[in-house]
Design a protein. Sequence first.
Length: 394
Amino acid sequence: MSTEARRIARLEEQATALLGVFARAGYDRIDPSVLQPAGIFLDRSGEEIRKETFLLTDPLGRELCLRPELTIPVCRLHLARNGGFPARISCHGPVFRMRSSDAKDSGQFLQTGIEYLGADDRAEADAEVLTLAVEAVRAAGLESFSVHVGDASLFPGLFDVLPVPGAWRGRLKRHFRRPEAFARLIQRLSKGEAPAGTGYLAHLGSADEDEARNALSGLLDLMAGTAARDVFAGRTREEIVDRLMEQAAEAASLQLDRKALSVIEEALAISGPAEKSLAGLAALLKRHDVALDGPLGVMAARVEILRRLGLPDEAVQFAPRFGRDLDYYTGFVFEIWGRAADGALQIAGGGRYDNLLRTLGAGRDIAAVGCAIRDEALLAAHDFLKGEVAWARR
């Protein structure tokens, strides 16, 4: 058997182990189409995935893409079939993301994942998906890994309890998932500097946010020549309006309160073993008389789940700033990391996305949480660990 044939066989064996864990937990497998409407991913996925999506046009002129991830295709198919709720769904198959010309991979990867849609008890559903992700990785033979946990609503929740100007609160929340843009925004807010020649933007920056957003959206219609155009030079209308709104607030010379700035900067610096990091965040908030006990308690419960699964303290990491590169996450997020020959390697990731199904046509918000395991990454981490063990025993 050739090397490639053995690799394929091992990936298939590994997928069988993963899907077996999910099936025993009541997750039914479906297989959504590889071809998907492009606009859904351009509008609802993170910036990095948008840049990596393979786009194409069918003979009817419709913009399509090769699915860059599985969550949206699974949710679309379940809705198209008028599936009920709650629903436990598993999926396995290729996803496609463009890589740089010097990348070693082909741009096609395997993922195996689950989606838990419509559960009434969000905490229990989060715990179930997190537990199954850990159990699946172990069923594939990997025992040494770390889990990074966070919450897409935890850090942005600070902006609701800190003295942050209303005109900035929404922008801070939107930029939180983009670390570099968020750091630039905090720097500007700390100085309150207004760019020269920005009178109109300064006026909008002092106006009601909805009024300003509508005015800028209308201006884009005029500039683009058509109100129907939703993507401008590779950037969505929402991205452009967000950027203009940010510039408008800058022009209005709003400056972040020193207390709020201090809490944000100190919270950004917290990272490490989860119990220690959570204690550090709690102490920071108490010192500044900021109440966020509920979200911190929920996160502590998630850390306890991992402790009960036998993960050592240093293998469970938490940082308030931790998020993922998909814009539709609304709450709990996590990633599983291992090691390969090239260093640290993300094996799996997941989280809660309670608003996504409404945007896909559900007609209402539906609680949802899921995860995806990167098959090739899991196999590489497994082989690297086994290689290290074998070397250590020689």
